[in-house]
Design a protein around this ligand. Structure first.
Ligand code: BGC
Length: 773
């Protein structure tokens, strides 16, 4: 039997962003030569379209006068965004970037830093590779898949002459109403932290001081607590206990920083009453002082302006800039205005923003430019990137999509038998826009059906897989280009019902159309009435129903779930999602995805898996009938396969301890947990092995379960493997009522699959440092 060691949890004693004296010397030398105007210009990021216009063919043309104003006069140090309605090709990007860089070097000898939202692959270069969205990557429970997706995206982004992307997104999507759930790796702090590490090393490589020619800088976003707006609406206030903020919401940022992240973008909203862009404690104290992180902090879109025109914490732009820069912002994404430069200069001259703060910000910006090796020749030749949009990249995206789809229910109808006549129905059955979601060729993803025309929708993939004669397309409900992303045309349910009579099985592709940020706000998590009516009408035909959920958040389907024979949540699987689904439904590939979030059943019963014991209590004795019930459609970590796996022989031992049976540990120790997994079915399959812990008694009521490690293995029928996972004892600590990390003595239950074991902490340990390394 094979022993697989998957100790992903390495002890965290060091930070990987080591000081590099050569880079620091360069930064100091450059800084010394700079005027105040040049320094302030470095701190502004403008929208790239500001420096040009689109010609009649849609091609971006740089306007020399505007370029002179922006870079010649104002010395602006950074630009963002795709300037064309159809994204540029690598050659078009080369022409744009070369002109900008030549001008920047000519004017001040400092290259410009250009950034793009390559949030799930090469969003903004025509012909690039789009991967599944992060929510799918979370569902793969496969760090390597996330690292590979990031690495390919880095390569293709550099091929486009852009050295910086605004991702990974690490907000923890713990409120399913929120319109950006799909941009994250799910609800769990550990999964997001593990994927943060994988993504940062995939994008940047392992040496943050020397980002190679095929690598780019990340931006960890949106720091911090952005994913849990109380109302569920984007960019609205979050209320998070200080304990959870440090213990859970900070965890993925810490992991990303440890992996060497060069940049962080700030949350547009408010946490616990304070606008994050003005929060000195979270920006300067937590990141720069407590961690000693030497990276750069960027605002989100026009968020300094929001401090006065939306949030009313500053009386005007001047006060807002003063607040944000003094709080620790290094670069302002102020897309359309150069006023920032004049105002900040005034603030410095009158002493309201100290020169030391400006120098600190500029040092961080220059350091990032040096680390990216942009000085000298700040552009690359697209010809040096022959794998851009290659078949190799396509295969990686296809496999990631296959590994990300989650089989939630199957009475045996799947895989579909050869020759089955399939009715494909529902608004998501024939649309690339639905498969890709937002940040696909455009912000809202609304031009994907034009830009991704060369890829297969679910319908096209089904025709390829099952044959045109076996696939009937009758959608019944369709989206329209309406005022909202959800707009639907008048339903034609009776047509779909009539078509169902000619089919053996109904595959209903339901969910959401693409959206992003505030335009994706909803007030009801329930799936649309038309779509639920469609499924109900189809059920009356008595034909078996397979539901395909193609959505960026978990829309409630409790009333139609019982009508389905099989259900799979494909979330937003990207350009190869149709092919991946066809492979899976045909049984040519096996399901191995698991839910990285809790799928709710009722609108007012939103919960995450790491809830507190008091949220699930039996009836209490006495006068009051206290009870609380956790009622969910499917739990976190749930996912089926075409095969079955058996877990046995769990053993939890302190690493380097007295041997078998030594389950006593204290702070600083490592615990290894081994378990045997057997494929007891008759097809090969991949299994995500998840390790949970439960602190049995703690001074702060403990979460019922916490994920502590995971890995993914592949087993042939009948094959068994022994898998070893690891826990750092320090990771079992929590933030106590006094705000300090503590590991308390007592027992912890460890659970992997059906197996449980107990480990015992023999000594309470409290840390005085805000973060445990
Ligand atoms: C979003 C960010 C994004 C930025 C730049 C903002 O509206 O919140 O996630 O990176 O725009 O496009």
């Amino acid at each position: 039997m094979l022993l697989l060691t998957a100790c992903n949890n390495t002890p965290k004693s060091t930070l990987s962003y080591a000081y590099d004296s050569q880079i620091e010397d360069n930064v100091e030398r450059t800084l010394k030569k700079m005027t105040l105007d040049e320094k302030i210009g470095q701190m502004l990021q403008l929208n790239l379209p500001v420096i040009g216009h689109n010609d009649r063919t849609g091609k971006f043309i740089i306007d020399e006068e505007k370029l002179e104003e922006v870079i010649g006069k104002y010395k602006v140090g950074s630009l963002l965004n795709n300037p064309q309605s159809i994204p540029p090709t690598p050659d078009e990007w080369y022409a744009i970037v070369k002109r900008v860089q030549d001008k920047s070097l000519d004017v001040m000898g400092i290259p410009c830093l250009i950034g793009l939202d390559q949030n799930h692959g090469t969003t903004y270069t025509s012909g690039g590779t789009l991967f599944p969205q992060n929510i799918n990557m979370g569902a793969t429970f496969n760090r390597d898949a996330t690292r590979e997706a990031a690495s390919i995206t880095a390569y293709e982004t550099r091929a486009s002459n852009v050295p910086w992307t605004f991702c990974p997104t690490l907000d923890l999507s713990r409120n399913q109403l929120w319109s950006r759930c799909w941009e994250n790796f799910g609800e769990d702090a550990f999964v997001n932290a593990a994927m943060a590490e994988a993504a940062v090393t995939g994008f940047q490589g392992k040496d943050p001081n020397h980002i190679g020619k095929q690598k780019i800088s990340v931006s960890l976003k949106h720091y911090i607590g952005y994913g849990v707006p109380v109302s569920g609406k984007d960019r609205t206030p979050a209320v998070i206990s200080p304990l959870e903020l440090r213990e859970k919401y900070f965890a993925p940022y810490l992991a990303g920083i440890r992996a060497g992240a060069l940049n962080i973008m700030v949350n547009s909203g408010m946490v616990n009453g304070v606008m994050t862009h003005a929060n000195h404690e979270l920006l300067t104290v937590w990141l720069k002082e407590q961690l000693g992180w030497d990276g750069m902090i960027l605002t989100d879109w026009a968020d300094i302006d929001n401090l006065y025109n939306r949030d009313k914490v500053a009386k005007d732009k001047k006060e807002a800039i003063k607040m944000a820069i003094n709080a620790g912002i290094d670069m302002s994404m102020d897309p359309y205005s150069l006023q920032f430069c004049d105002i900040l200069k005034e603030l410095v001259e009158e002493g309201s923003v100290p020169m030391s703060r400006i120098d600190d910000a500029v040092r961080r910006i220059l350091r990032m430019k040096y680390r990216l090796a942009l000085f000298g020749k700040p552009y690359t030749d697209p010809k040096e990137y022959p794998d851009f949009g290659s078949e190799k990249h396509a295969q990686a995206a296809l496999h990631a999509a296959e590994e990300s789809m989650v089989l939630l229910k199957n009475d045996g109808i799947l895989p579909l038998k050869k020759g089955t006549r399939i009715l494909l129905t529902g608004p998501n059955a024939n649309s690339m826009r639905c498969l890709d979601g937002g940040w696909s060729y455009s912000w809202q993803g609304d031009i994907a059906d034009v830009c991704a025309v060369g890829y297969n929708t679910i319908y096209e993939a089904f025709v390829n897989k099952f044959g045109a004669d076996n696939v009937i397309l009758e959608q019944g409900v369709r989206y329209t280009r309406g005022a909202t992303f959800e707009a639907e045309a008048k339903p034609e349910i009776e047509k779909a019902v009539a078509a169902a009579r000619k089919a053996d099985v109904i595959v209903a592709c339901i969910g959401e159309n693409s959206y992003c940020e505030t335009p994706g706000n909803i007030s009801d998590l329930t799936l649309s009435q038309n779509q639920r009516d469609l499924v109900k009408a189809l059920a009356s035909t008595g034909k078996p129903i397979v539901l395909i959920l193609n959505e960026g958040r978990a829309r409630i389907i409790a009333d139609i779930e019982p009508l389905a024979n099989a259900i799979t949540d494909i979330m937003l699987p990207g350009n190869y999602g149709g092919d991946a689904l066809a492979n899976l439904l045909a049984g040519d590939a096996n399901f191995s995805g698991r839910l990285p979030f809790t799928y709710p059943k009722e609108v007012h019963s939103l919960i995450t898996y790491d809830y507190k014991p008091c949220q699930e209590v039996d009836k209490m004795e006495g006068a009051y009938d206290y009870d609380a019930v956790v009622s969910v459609q499917w739990p976190f970590g749930y996912g089926k396969s075409y095969t079955t796996f058996k877990y046995s022989d769990i053993l939890a031992t302190k690493a380097g301890g007295q041997g078998i049976g030594d389950n006593n540990f204290k702070a600083g120790d490592q615990i290894t947990v081994s378990v045997t997994v057997t494929n007891t079915g008759d097809v090969p399959g991949k299994e995500s092995v998840l390790l949970f812990s439960s602190d049995l008694v703690a001074s702060v009521s403990p979460d019922v379960r916490r994920l502590r490690d995971f890995t993914k293995i592949e087993l042939a029928p009948g094959e068994k493997k022994s898998v070893q996972l690891c826990i750092n004892a320090n990771d079992l600590a929590f933030v106590g009522a006094d705000g300090k990390w503590v590991l308390e003595e007592g027992e912890f239950r460890i659970q992997i699959g059906t197996e449980t074991a107990t480990i015992n902490c023999t000594e309470t340990h409290k840390w005085d440092t805000p973060n445990i390394m």
